[in-house]
Design a protein around this ligand. Sequence first.
Ligand code: ADP
Length: 371
Amino acid sequence: MILIVDDKQENLISLRSFLEHNDFEVEEASSGEEALKKVLKTVYSLIILDVQMPGMDGFEVAETVLDYSKAKDTPILFLSAVNIDKEFITRGYRAGGVDYITKPFDPDILLLKVKTFKRLFEQTNELKKVQKTLKKEIEARKELEKKKDEFISIASHELKTPLTSIRGYVQLLERLIQRKGDEELTPYIQKVSQQINKLGDLVSDLLDISKMESGKMKFDIRPFSFEDMLNNAIDNIQQVYPEYEIKRIGSVNTMYLGDEMRIEQVLINYLTNGVKYSPENKTLEVETIIEDNFLEVRVRDYGIGISQELQEQLFEKFFRVEETSHRFQGLGIGLFICQEIIERHGGKCSVESTLGEGSTFIFTLPMKTIN
Ligand code: ADP
């Protein structure tokens, strides 16, 4: 529907018949005030406004109309017999009008403009509808995502409790077997224990991921002995994998300001990967270098290595090397979590590796030491 506004009856009649003749539906108003009343009730696809009218002139009407939520997207075409100088034309545009036609107008041009503006209005409306649907869709997806995060968080919490209990019973069994001297059973119970630890690590990783995604991963920043932390982590791995030799190169004789448990988690993750992806050569090295106010930790293995082109993706969520994924279990989230922990400490994770020769996983932290 098009609204035509003009104070002269003969203009309204000729414009209406011209537009109706071209299949447009038309309503008319003979003053600015009447036009405003109509605009409040109906959404028009175009308003054709005479500029010179007694009372409110066309510009005032346009300025008011554009404040109405119902009409803020409606194009306005100004018609004027006079006032064609630049200042008036600019005023027309400033008021939000999209075009300006001076009388006497060429009917073909007017028709073209009316058609274009009507189409523009319809397209804008269409676009708005699509936008609205998309917004709804995004909201719905966000809600689903939240439910998924909540589910992961609850599920992993629930898994933790029975796991802790199983771990306790297995330790009890281990002791009983030792006491009874039932050597035959020892390797089996060790396997059970190893698998429980793996399950425990997986559950912890899932919990960490859900904390990361919901922005709830908190850090407990305190000064700690970096060297003690390194040795703890190495002892830990050494106990679980006694067949591996873990060398320590360098030393860090400073108190470091950071989350000790989380940084140890990164180191344990690197070392566990070192063990996992080096089934043959059982040597690992943990080297520390302090340089230019940075503390670098390098965990070297002589295992399967990673080809150059895949190295950049290793720290992405769920990334695993396709060719070897059938040989080694995993979810591909360990390094992703490591990267988050190190980056949240202002540091960086990286890797140097040669396929078939081994890898060095590195994390570099800015020195924030307490003397
Ligand atoms: P996961 O080991 O559970 O798959 P990670 O995030 O710890 O997940 O590691 C991602 C991928 O990086 C692994 O699947 C593996 O392909 C590769 N990778 C990690 N550490 C090593 C390593 N020391 N040697 C060779 N490949 C490794």
